[in-house]
Ligand binder design. Structure first.
Ligand SMILES: [Fe+2]
Length: 344
């Protein structure tokens, strides 16, 4: 059911307070023609209520000719900011950018963050934002999990469906997402609630079996049959199953790039207010379905780029694949058991 503007603005004010917006701060609202006008309005009014100086940066939209579908994660790399140095300088001048457009996975975003500017991405429907309102408790829990992950040198993932996946860790940093941007140079995504890192190059190996009910993003489909992924030396080398395996294979083949088969971020969901079932209740054009990435206890596997943590794999195809009912084991210690998070 649609939320009213008054309540949405009040919730936005909470998240901006958590993001340390006050009268000392300048806030840029990054938007394009497809930004949700309610989100832009609530972000503006909430920042003004907190005393911040607010300005808008509006960019013409950009669509890569190869991109298929409306999902904003369906093509990674260039964005509306690519090559637009004047707009980039305007954004770097802000203390906080509220991104209602989506710069994720772009080198321009990394450059802005290096200047100390914080970025809060908010592109999900207002009702989703409010249902998964972040809290300090979310942050504490995610940071505790990030601490465990950052001390691990290996990860193993098993399941009754037949998964047995292993990778070495430590080459790439651990990334935490808890839903607000409270530190200089921090990027975060409202709503979220998970941790992840990238496997050491060429170390990921084994088998992942996507079971019935596991999710393929950006397709926004629940698997109706099992799909088996064979992984060797950091790359998917085989995709087996029925129709869904065939669909996934053809989609990845479309990009004509061997790097699409590389393993990208891996981690687990920690957000109790995100729901496995939510994706079935929205249209495919309603945001990017962060519920599916963040719901508690999912093992979030992904494919494609690693440039956002300094890797060299710049590839446009990025699949996020949340699996249920897995055991996630760090250096022999179970942190998720059959899809239930074991807090330390
Ligand atoms: Fe992802």
């Amino acid at each position: 059911m649609p939320i009213n503007e008054y309540e949405f603005t009040a919730k936005f004010e909470q998240v901006l307070s958590l993001s340390r917006v006050d009268a000392t701060q300048s806030v840029a609202i990054l938007k394009s023609h497809y930004s949700n006008p309610l989100t832009v309005k609530a972000a503006t009014n909430a920042a003004l209520r907190l005393g911040a100086r607010v300005y808008m940066v509006e960019l013409p939209s950009f669509n890569h000719p190869m991109a298929m579908g409306n999902d904003m994660t369906a093509y990674c790399g260039d964005t509306a900011l690519t090559g637009n140095h004047a707009a980039q300088r305007a954004l770097e001048a802000a203390d906080l950018i509220i991104d209602t457009m989506m710069l994720l996975h772009s080198p321009e975003q990394e450059q802005i963050l290096k200047t100390g500017t914080r970025i809060l991405l908010a592109v999900e429907p207002p009702e989703v934002l409010v249902r998964i309102l972040p809290t300090e408790h979310d942050k504490n829990r995610v940071m505790a999990a990030a601490d465990r992950l950052s001390h691990a040198s290996s990860i193993q993932v098993t399941s009754q469906a037949g998964s047995n996946f292993r990778a070495a860790l430590g080459q790439y940093p651990v990334v935490s997402e808890y839903g607000f941007a409270d530190e200089p140079g921090r990027w975060d995504h409202w709503p979220s609630g998970f941790v992840f890192s990238w496997p050491d190059e060429r170390s990921a190996e084994g088998t992942l079996v996507l079971d019935i009910g596991d999710i393929l993003l950006p397709f926004k489909n629940y698997c109706r049959e099992r799909v088996t992924l064979e992984i060797e030396e950091g790359f998917i080398t085989g995709i087996f199953g029925g129709f869904e395996a065939e669909y996934l294979k053809d989609y990845m083949r479309y990009f004509n790039d061997p790097e699409v088969y590389g393993i990208s971020h891996i981690g687990w969901g920690l957000q109790p207010r995100a729901q496995w079932t939510a994706m079935g209740l929205y249209d495919k054009s309603d945001g990017m379905c962060m519920d599916a990435r963040a719901f508690e206890g999912n093992f979030l596997f992904s494919t494609g780029p690693n440039t956002e943590v300094g890797g060299s794999r710049k590839t446009p195809c990025h699949m996020d694949i949340p699996l249920r009912h897995c055991d996630v084991i760090l250096d022999g210690e179970t942190v998720v058991q059959k899809g239930k998070v074991l807090d330390s």
